[in-house]
Design a protein around this ligand. Sequence first.
Ligand code: GLY
Length: 266
Amino acid sequence: MQIKKISIAAHGGAGSENEHSDGTERAVESCYKAVKEKLSLVHAVSLAVNTLEDDGRYNAGSGSHARENGIVEHDAAIMDSEDRFGAVAAMKGFKNPIQAAKGVCDTKYRVLAGEGATKFARDLNLEPSQLNTTFGCGKDFSTSPTMDTVGCVAFDGTTFAAALSTGGMAGAHYGRVGDVPIIGSGLYAGQDGAVASTGDGEAIMMKITAYRTYELIQKGNSPQAIVDEVISWFPSTDAFGLILVTRRGSAGGSNRSMAWSSREYD
Ligand code: GLY
């Protein structure tokens, strides 16, 4: 009988504290538990991202930065190697935006934004957020640390999947959308691997980063060599990090500090 290897990695975003990798470890464990319970891989990576969104130390879910007007908006996306993709952009008002992105996968749409995404999440009965969604919460977000985005990638022996969630860039214009919900920019999953980026969304988009990383996976390069090469595409002024899983294993890295974890299971 063929032994199928499960491979999972999670990150807490470029700029997150290395010592906060206890949270990414918990995310990996929650993904693994879901895989063992025979949930779909999309569901499993969404539960890992839920864990990171609820942690509060990362820029996603409960820990999200606010925009220039003090309002919190979220982008989230999820994809697998069986042609599922769903994303929400500039969505307000929900604790776990990744569950809204997962819900979009099951519709005829691929990306829902703004008020339409909020209504969609409300119709799914997702839990509302306690974070500020109205102007003027009185907190100075301009001094927030520049950490960014949480993510998970996984391989269950058959399918690859990737998921990302972010509060976006602290102090950015409201309505600004980064790389996370743009297919092939923040994330990509195909028959040979899955990639989840983090960092300066504008720079990540302009390099079509996740899809070009996937092309390196298809060429058969080693996971760590790919991570090193892709990080070298970004000048040190652009925060950047990534995690990936391939049939040859997983790897991750960043040009900043970054909490991240990976595990392989037989
Ligand atoms: N990488 C997330 C963002 O720029 O919004």
